[in-house]
Design a protein around this ligand. Sequence first.
Ligand code: 1HE
Length: 271
Amino acid sequence: MTQDIMALGLTNIALELQDDGVLIARLNRPTKRNALDSVTVEDLIALFSAVPRAGVRAVVLAAEGDHFCAGLDLVEHHREDRSPAEFMHLCLRWHEAFNKMEYGGVPVIAALKGAVVGGGLELASAAHVRVADATTYFALPEGQRGLFTGGGATIRVADLVGKARMIDMMLTGRVYAGQEAVDVGLAQYLCDGSSFDKALDLARAAAQNLPLSNFAICSAISHMGNMSALDAAYAESVVAGIVNTQPDARARLEAFANKTAARVRPEGMKD
Ligand code: 1HE
């Protein structure tokens, strides 16, 4: 079934499926700094609509060229001279794509480099894990362009960095990079080498988990964030009822019980 995903015929996203079920999806408009035109947004919708039912175990979302993503295609936007209703509908397509990523139940690890700006940061913030390298920088230049965010930054970026930092980024054009970007929550990892290699390692590790566990981790937590604490606790117990009794988990529990399973240890500590 994973093969079906290779037949999607995407225009601006290149796919590579690995034997362990990890799918590498690369934004593939490097000459335009992977700016998100309407075709790429439709590609993202097609891709992340197919991923949950295609047997993909984890996705590395990466990019060709030196920059992850320059955000909204400003040249297309200028050329199209859109009406308010047209742009609203375009934003709804962005939300369709990013919601499918965030709520799809399959881990998406973003390998970030160069510019992760505007809608590029909105895209990255819909991934479950963000990996930065020494070249990666984050910004929301909408304010300087006479624009506003339309791809979910008011929800996801505010969630990552907090309302005050997001407002500062938009008002002043503040750019975050390096350890500071990790400290404020824009990325969970900063690596010396390639963010792609690290993201692939993380995706491979996540792909070892049972798919139903990953489904809960990569959909239920986001859904529960939208609920009252009372409803979230109820939903959590229902999800745990299903996940924690899955037959596939029995072998893992048995391995723990008979002491053959790895113990949880900090890095470097011997058993
Ligand atoms: C683009 C775009 C784009 C590059 N739309 N074409 N986003 C921004 O405000 C970021 C705008 N881009 C930049 O600031 C810079 O291009 C970069 C820092 C990302 C890269 O700089 P650099 O020097 O490597 O490239 P460049 O020379 O600026 O651009 C190279 C080409 O990419 C050029 O095309 P060419 O045909 O003239 O070669 C650029 O036009 C093209 N390009 N970025 C279209 N964004 C749902 S609302 C979301 C709101 C937003 O996302 S606002 C956008 C914020």
